[in-house]
Design a protein around this ligand. Structure first.
Ligand code: IPE
Ligand code: IPE
Ligand code: MG
Length: 277
């Protein structure tokens, strides 16, 4: 029995959606939105034109993810390293673009029942940007559908540092360092992502095969999907293609998985080979 296509999808998206198993969708998808500069350079345009064009990709991806019922989507918008190492003109442009996006998007986010959250060292961003960020997340606070998390001024190593500091401070408040409890659960509970499940799928656009300091703890067992598509050309249909590839993967978590080839490995050893070593 074919599942029904959510309203508002075009032909290509519906076809891609019908190839998916709706019962095995990733619960959390994380995306490294890369390739804006290269997109612009190919068109002999300034890098910032690529960032501007990337907004349409964000809209389409967010809308499709929400429509098909993905519970959590996290977008790497800019890293702490981007913020520290790129020219001020580019950083300023990204800040203005972010503010404009936040203002313009509130209505659509509410229409789609999406709650907006952030990860990253927000306190280091310009105050007016922090204001816009707070306004937008407050405006979507009551929504119960997909959680959209924007990683802004984000670094996974900084996140882990902040988690350890917060663990130590919590222990100090509770009567001293002998109350410090360090295990996987307590560390996870002090990360910025404490309210999110670990991503099942991480997508990187523009062909780069690296994590660039994104969710290092949380991506431990995520499936990695790299597409050559540059971020400004990415749309909902490419998201669905990434999910299709995800559904073809076998997740083993260090175990032996489902492949009969190794489940019954022992039984395949010919009788005469037994005991000869
Ligand atoms: C990704 O595009 C957006 C940000 C990192 C802010 P890039 O700006 O990294 O584009 P490329 O990698 O130079 O093509
Ligand atoms: C990673 O892309 C950060 C974002 C996409 C926001 P970069 O373009 O900064 O990564 P590197 O420098 O190529 O590793
Ligand atoms: Mg890049």
């Amino acid at each position: 029995v074919r599942h029904t296509v959510p309203a508002g999808m075009d032909r290509k998206e519906s076809d891609a959606y019908l190839r998916l198993d709706p019962a095995r969708l990733p619960q959390h998808i994380a995306i490294i939105m890369d390739g804006n500069g290269r997109w612009a350079r190919r068109r002999h345009m300034p890098r910032v034109a690529g960032h501007r064009a990337g907004v349409a990709a964000v809209r389409s991806t967010v809308e499709t993810a929400a429509r098909i019922g993905i519970p959590a989507l996290t977008l790497y918008a800019f890293s702490e390293e981007n913020w520290k190492k790129r020219p001020k003109t580019e950083v300023d442009f990204l800040m203005r673009l972010l503010c404009r996006y936040l203002k313009a998007e509130i209505k659509t986010l509410n229409q789609n029942n999406i709650r907006l959250e952030y990860i990253g060292r927000k306190q280091e961003l310009p105050e007016n940007v922090q204001c816009e960020m707070n306004d937008a997340s407050e405006a979507t606070h009551g929504n119960t559908g997909m959680v959209l998390t924007l990683a802004l001024n984000y670094s996974a190593r900084s996140e882990i540092v902040d988690a350890f500091r917060s663990l130590a401070e919590a222990a100090a408040r509770n009567g001293g360092l002998h109350h410090l409890k360090v295990d996987e659960q307590s560390i996870s509970e002090h990360l910025y992502t404490r309210n999110l499940p670990d991503p099942d799928l991480v997508i990187r656009t523009s062909g780069e095969m690296r994590l660039s300091n994104f969710l290092l703890w949380q991506l431990a067992y995520a499936e990695i999907y790299v597409t050559q598509t540059l971020w400004p050309d990415f749309r909902g249909v490419q998201l669905l293609e990434g999910i299709e590839e995800y559904q073809r993967r076998e997740r083993r978590y260090g175990g032996l998985g489902q492949d009969p080839g190794h489940v019954h490995e022992h039984a395949k050893v010919p009788a005469h080979a037994e005991g000869k070593h």
